[in-house]
Design a protein around this ligand. Structure first.
Ligand code: AMP
Ligand code: MG
Length: 315
């Protein structure tokens, strides 16, 4: 990956040092996580946070998730509670984000949390970001590495497509295994889910009682934009296209397979479908399709998160 992609680096001792130094200087680095690729910066540095919002064109009202190596480092900035420790023990490190009350003594730049008195924290599992977090004495503020309201990147080339050489360092950590963003759980009051993810509401409810939504999750949280995760093409849900000119995202075994059909999982595996969702939507866009139709996806387990992203992509 030389020449064109000269800002994409494989991960080794040298590039670890390069990334760490860059972050220490208040610069932005794109890092792989198990969910999606992120744009990381020092959460204690005003300049770094400013750079993240600017390069993503992210509205100032949309707060960032702060990434830590372990709960010990997080305890400097937020008030950890019983529910947090229960879920932490069960799911961390992993694809889950917690909203907690900010400590008065916290050093998190206030613009990183859109001046709220709560902070979103996560402990990512991917080896690369964990190694980097371990080498730093500050947490990393890191939204997904895409222009605001677009599709999250799931490999280094996606990040390159979004920002070209504007991001000086992109670390190649392979394809993101989970492929959609973390589950966001608000633990600052009565526990509730703000954004569904691969860890489902039912799984969380087994450990901490949450308010379970009856049907679709009505999300009311700062920055939870209605239109988000958009491929930049019209998306029509639960409908088959009337001709072969439009792309059709399908799920499960299907007898009549055509070139404009893109299957999220032939085995009808919702986890696999989630991992393929953004990959498939980027592929469809690259192929030049102008409209995407999507067949019905079961609204259970990871399907809840898939439907949430599709619904917002269709706005
Ligand atoms: P992203 O970085 O795009 O994966 O999105 C992170 C999401 O976490 C945002 O859309 C926010 O709505 C949510 N979030 C971050 N911080 C907070 C917070 N303090 N309170 C509520 N939601 C938050
Ligand atoms: Mg994002």
């Amino acid at each position: 990956m030389k020449n064109v992609y000269s800002n994409i680096y494989s991960f080794n001792k040298k590039t670890l040092k390069k990334s760490v130094n860059s972050l220490k200087l208040g610069n932005i680095v794109s890092l792989p996580t198990e969910t999606v690729y992120g744009l990381g910066g020092n959460a204690y540095s005003k300049t770094a946070i400013k750079k993240i919002y600017k390069i993503k064109k992210r509205p100032k009202s949309n707060p960032l998730i702060i990434h830590y190596y372990s709960f010990k480092e997080a305890s400097n900035d937020v008030l950890l509670n019983k529910n947090f420790f229960k879920l932490y023990k069960k799911f961390c490190p992993g694809p889950i984000t917690f909203i907690l009350k900010k400590k008065k003594s916290s050093k998190i730049v206030s613009s990183a949390s859109a001046t709220l008195n709560t902070i979103a924290i996560r402990f990512p599992k991917h080896r690369v970001v964990r190694t980097i977090l371990k080498s730093l004495n500050f947490p990393i503020a890191m939204p997904s590495a895409n222009l605001s309201s677009g599709l999250s990147p799931v490999n280094p080339l996606d990040v390159y497509d979004e920002f070209k050489k504007k991001v000086k360092i992109i670390i190649d950590g392979g394809q993101s295994k989970i492929g959609i963003e973390s589950t966001v759980v608000d633990l600052s009051g009565k526990p509730k889910i703000l954004r569904p993810g691969i860890i489902s509401p039912n799984q969380i409810n087994k450990t901490v009682k949450i308010i379970l939504p009856k049907r679709n999750l009505k999300i009311k949280s700062p920055g939870m934009l209605k239109r988000h995760y958009s491929p930049g093409l019209p998306v029509v849900l639960n409908q088959k296209p009337s001709n072969d000119k439009h792309a059709y995202i399908i799920f499960g075994k299907i007898s009549d397979n055509r070139v404009n059909y893109f299957n999220l999982s032939k085995n009808a595996d919702l986890k696999e479908a989630a991992a393929n969702l953004y990959k498939v939507m980027r592929k469809i866009k690259k192929k030049g399709y102008k409209k995407i139709f999507v067949s019905r996806i079961p609204n259970i387990g990871p399907g809840i998160a898939i439907n949430d992203r599709l619904r917002r992509a269709s706005k």
